[in-house]
Ligand binder design. Structure first.
Ligand code: DP6
Length: 345
């Protein structure tokens, strides 16, 4: 076998915003319900993976984030590689160094494990592919999606541009709990969507998503929630095909509130919304009612508000944001629907 030591591979992977939320998991990163997301364009992680000759037993990995050693994330990635070593034959002969950075500002509190694990999975699979097997493009991204999922569930949806779904669903062909699939043939109404992320609070998450997911294990409303997400997945896919903004908005906003309702009603309840979150939600819904512009909000597992709207209403929404939410637009990250990951070298 050729010596591939000291080879460097760089991938850039975007984050994604879920419209139907993944919340609750079982086994090795199997979702309790299907989800649908929109891949972003600007909020990305870039990972440079360097392969070196292995010197000792065990997994040898050094992880640098924005030039500094990041022990916490390094340990998470080592655990990921240990748990899933059967997927990574590379581990037998190589040690690794990862240099990563995000393309969005530090101080926004929107750090994303989806873009990070997406880029890590792509780099590892690419390295593997060079040495051993050749995957065709579709198989490559499907396999990368599976590997990314094992690191962070939502990461599996970032492998595809536009919209992607993840989780077995009778109404979605080729759907799987193991990897995401792209939603093809999306109506033109949804092809140029924007996402303005209103930074209500820039502190890192107080409750990790992993802990949040685990609270669904004995949640009194879990089964109903999983059913609701299943229905909403079918509903959102339908709107993506037929271009129905009204139905899309109803499902997207209801999903955002359902996610936070689950946090607030779990046994160890917690609340991530801030007064600024509620304020923004009220302003957005009032703006929609008074203008009929199809703009809506969604939320991640945090207080920041994602404002979704078609690009053709960019000027109107920007004026609204200036007049009603942030006069100088600071604290708003303007993102939009993206094309998916890109190899950098
Ligand atoms: C609220 O993918 O971060 O963003 O699998 O434990 O890494 P892990 O969880 P993660 O959970 C994302 C939850 C969410 C909804 C979503 O993206 O679907």
């Amino acid at each position: 076998m050729a010596d591939h030591s000291n080879q460097k591979i760089t991938w850039r992977c975007p984050s994604n915003i879920a419209i139907v939320k993944y919340w609750g998991k079982t086994g090795n990163q199997i979702p309790c319900n299907p989800s649908v997301s929109m891949t972003l364009s600007e909020a990305c992680t870039e990972v440079e993976l360097e392969l070196m000759e292995k010197k000792s037993e065990g997994i040898e990995l050094e992880y640098f984030f924005e030039g500094e050693k990041n022990e916490a994330f390094q340990n998470r990635v080592i655990k990921y590689l240990e748990t899933n070593s059967a997927h990574f034959p590379l581990l037998e002969k190589h040690s690794f160094r990862i240099n990563s950075h995000n393309t969005f500002p530090h101080s926004t509190g929107i750090a994303s494990s989806a873009s990070a694990f997406g880029a890590i999975a792509l780099s590892l699979l690419d390295a593997e592919n060079k040495i051993d097997r050749i995957h065709d493009k579709e198989t490559f991204y499907t396999k990368a999606s599976e590997l990314a999922r094992l690191g962070s569930g939502s990461a599996c949806r970032s492998m595809f541009g536009g919209f992607a779904s993840w989780g077995q669903h009778p109404a979605i062909d080729h759907s799987s709990d193991l990897y995401a699939t792209p939603v093809k043939g999306v109506h033109e109404n949804f092809q140029q969507m924007m996402d303005a992320i209103l930074i209500v609070d820039n502190q890192p998450k107080k409750v990790s998503s992993s802990l949040g997911h685990s609270l669904m294990n004995d949640h009194p409303y879990a089964q109903n929630r999983f059913e609701q997400a299943k229905e909403n997945t079918a509903g959102i896919i339908k709107t993506l095909y037929n271009g129905d903004y009204e139905e899309f908005i109803q499902i997207a906003e209801s999903e955002a509130l359902a996610l936070h309702a689950m946090m607030m009603t779990s046994k160890n309840y917690y609340l991530l919304m801030k007064p600024g979150t509620i304020h923004a939600i009220e302003k957005i819904t009032n703006f929609r009612t008074s203008t009929n512009i199809p703009v809506c909000f969604t939320l991640d597992a945090g207080p920041n508000v994602h404002i979704l709207y078609p690009q053709k209403y960019k000027e109107e929404v920007s004026d609204f944001l200036k007049n009603e939410l942030k006069t100088d637009l600071s604290g708003i990250i303007f993102d939009k629907i993206g094309q998916g990951p890109e190899k950098q070298n």
